[in-house]
Design a protein around this ligand. Structure first.
Ligand SMILES: *Cc1c(COP(=O)(O)O)cnc(C)c1O
Length: 225
């Protein structure tokens, strides 16, 4: 299967659902991103700041760049001028830094709050009570971030019902917040969940952004980077 056919396959799959396709291009060479671009793909997801910056500089400017990986505060400044959405905001400290850097470039930087829903301790994110605490006591000084929704990653398991229940947990939290009156800096529009192995469950459970890497581009070659 070519990248072009894979993009068509996913666009067909997602037609009529709420979900948009994010092509997760981390570790992939520019030529593969160009192929996806030629097939009409305009949203790309990366997890390393330097790699995203290099690709941003080399590719057409109508691409939306999404940061999906764990982000260190000292690297935020490199992406705030151009990033379309940061999915992986997992601490108040990080949010404060994004706000500070957003102010410098006069942008309200769009962010998702990452929620910890998996069983593995290795994953990042707010737990439910931390999330509610942050949202309901949102610091007024954070004028240069715009919260657009939530992101989560299910456990790496073959147990489909466990994956489904983790996505359901996130969806319920999302819907509970949608029903609340929220501070002006917070909207609940996007629910980023689902990757190559679990996107169909995620879409059934209400995902609006699926993050697909290997199923579009093939296996990643980590030695190269
Ligand atoms: C790499 C990555 C993906 C894509 O994973 P695939 O299994 O290749 O589809 C999705 N989300 C995040 C946060 C990632 O780091």
């Amino acid at each position: 299967m070519s990248i072009e056919n894979n993009i068509k396959f996913f666009n067909d799959k997602l037609r009529g659902t709420r979900a948009k396709l994010i092509a997760v291009s981390k570790t992939q060479p520019i030529a593969k991103l160009q192929e996806a671009y030629a097939a009409g793909q305009r949203i790309f997801g990366e997890n390393k700041v330097q790699e995203m910056e290099e690709k941003y500089q080399q590719l057409p400017k109508d691409i939306e760049w999404h940061m999906i990986g764990h982000l260190q505060t000292n690297k935020v400044k490199y992406i705030t001028p151009f990033v379309s959405l940061i999915h992986s905001v997992d601490s108040l400290k990080l949010l404060q830094e994004i706000n500070k850097q957003g102010k410098k470039v006069n942008r309200q930087v769009p962010c998702l709050l990452q929620v910890f829903i998996a069983r593995e301790e290795t994953k990042f994110g707010f737990d439910e009570s931390e999330l509610l605490q942050l949202i309901h006591h949102f610091p007024a000084e954070l004028t240069h971030v715009q919260i657009k929704g939530l992101m989560g990653m299910a456990s790496l398991t073959h147990n489909q019902s466990q994956i489904r229940s983790e996505f359901q947990k996130l969806r319920k939290l999302f819907e509970q917040l949608v029903a609340h009156s929220l501070p002006p800096a917070i909207e609940m529009k996007e629910l980023s969940m689902g990757m190559s192995s679990d996107y169909s469950i995620a879409v059934e459970e209400g995902s609006t952004l699926v993050r697909i890497g290997t199923a579009l581009f093939g296996e990643r070659n980590y030695q190269k980077t």
